[in-house]
Design a protein around this ligand. Structure first.
Ligand SMILES: [Zn+2]
Length: 221
């Protein structure tokens, strides 16, 4: 685990930060793909984790959720809209085209089994020292997490910080192939920008200690 800010740690699950999850306070946020389970369990073995939160129930975020929750005996928390997918384990059906070959591949090889959601999160709820920000668009019930006092933002997939084909770092909107409503997601990007975050933690790509990059990106939207 790599320390990002006070009580915020990144677990890089893929090379070049291709897929990340995070520990904030005593909470695991997101859980990679199914085969990430051992890596996550190993990373958190000395941590006193008490819950697991999903930014959204896509196969590269909920893949290991059920295994980790079961092994560590911790509850799973999602937004109300993501609950259905997190519980059923059917996690690609909000993609614009769930019949796409890549979507089918993800459902088959990345997605984890469903897991009971114990508690629902909504705008303004407190998750450790963070606050829930509803950021729909990439998925219908997507949430981000923000800590105002030092500007740490768990972005989820509202924005990504790498080109997912070349892996070169840089801010991008998430791929259309996996984004339910791009217009709605763009509104959510504006919502996050207005929070003036200082440290941005992405599902995909390295952490951004913002020195104006977010503002530059907004000018291109
Ligand atoms: Zn996603």
């Amino acid at each position: 685990m790599k320390e990002v800010a006070k009580n915020v740690y990144q677990i890089a699950l893929f090379p070049r930060n291709g897929i990340n999850c995070y520990v904030i306070d005593d909470i695991l946020v997101d859980a990679g793909i199914r085969s990430s389970a051992n890596k996550i369990l190993n990373a958190i073995k000395h941590s006193d984790i008490t819950k697991h939160v999903l930014t959204h129930a896509h196969p590269d975020h909920q893949g290991a959720s059920s295994i980790v929750c079961t092994k560590r005996n911790i509850p799973l928390l999602t937004s109300e809209i993501e609950k259905e997918h997190a519980e059923s384990g059917k996690v690609i059906y909000d993609y614009p085209n769930h019949r796409h070959l890549i979507a089918k591949f993800q459902q088959r090889y990345w997605a984890g089994s469903g897991h009971k959601v114990s508690h629902l999160l909504r705008e303004g709820d407190e998750v450790g020292s963070f606050t829930v920000i509803e950021t729909p668009g990439h998925s219908k019930g997507h949430i981000s997490l923000f800590r105002e006092k030092d500007g740490v933002l768990i972005v989820g997939d509202t924005l990504v910080n790498m080109n997912l084909l070349t892996t070169i770092p840089g801010l991008h909107e998430p791929p259309g192939l996996f984004t339910t409503d791009r217009i709605e997601n763009r509104k959510s990007i504006h919502k996050l920008f207005n929070l003036k975050p200082k440290i941005l933690c992405f599902g995909h790509g390295p952490v951004l200690y913002d020195k104006g990059e977010f503002e530059q990106f907004m000018a291109t939207l």
